[in-house]
Design a protein around this ligand. Structure first.
Ligand code: SF4
Length: 114
């Protein structure tokens, strides 16, 4: 079967040697080797930009997270949590971080958050 040459970032992907059934797994247990690869992947940002998991309704592993129908699946196992924490790709929306930033900003003005 013909397969096009990978782009430079794809050639550097830490998951390059893994089975597609692992990289495109829908369950965390099957995806664990890919999630671990993400933790050491030098092209996680490029991967997330190219795949655009939310916009493409992606199923599988991308940038340290397991995605199902374009939504990041909350990591359950310690291995998956480590993988997600190791990749600096953008969090979809970290409510606690935003609240902490708001608190810090309001502390400087003497204001409070409702
Ligand atoms: S971030 Fe993860 S899924 Fe993306 S290329 Fe790297 S190892 Fe593969």
């Amino acid at each position: 079967m013909f397969q096009p040459d990978p782009t430079p970032w794809q050639a550097a992907a830490a998951c390059a040697g893994l089975s597609p059934s692992v990289v495109f797994a829908r369950r965390e247990r099957q995806a664990a080797p890919a999630l671990e690869a993400c933790a050491a992947c030098p092209v996680a940002r490029e991967c997330e930009e190219a795949v655009a998991p939310a916009e493409s309704w992606f199923d599988g592993v991308c940038a340290g997270r397991l995605w199902r129908n374009g939504r990041a699946v909350k990591p359950r196992s310690p291995r998956a949590r480590r993988a997600a924490g190791a990749v600096p790709a953008g969090d979809p929306f970290d409510v606690r971080a935003v609240a902490a930033q708001l608190d810090a900003a309001l502390a400087g003005t003497g204001g409070t958050r409702g």
